[in-house]
Design a protein around this ligand. Structure first.
Ligand SMILES: [Zn+2]
Length: 73
């Protein structure tokens, strides 16, 4: 993966991240501000699954905090 020779094809652009793909590297690049995460497509799929799992589990914890004592950190 040599950034200078990479051919970035933009696949999607959102408010949190932009995703490009380099066919030569077979790598997806997730651009988030100053940070770029490079992953093979299978790695991006695994990340997608884990992110989905985390967001699915999140409401339980948000509700628990809201029901907690006032001022509890
Ligand atoms: Zn490349």
């Amino acid at each position: 993966m040599n950034d200078a020779s990479c051919r970035h094809v933009t696949l999607a652009r959102g408010s949190a991240a932009a995703i490009s793909f380099c066919p030569e590297c077979n790598a997806l690049a997730i651009h988030m501000g100053a940070v770029t995460l490079r992953l093979p497509p299978a790695g991006a799929e695994a990340l997608w699954a884990t992110l989905g799992e985390a967001l699915h589990a999140l409401p339980v914890h948000v509700d628990a905090r809201a029901r907690g004592p006032v001022g509890h950190a």
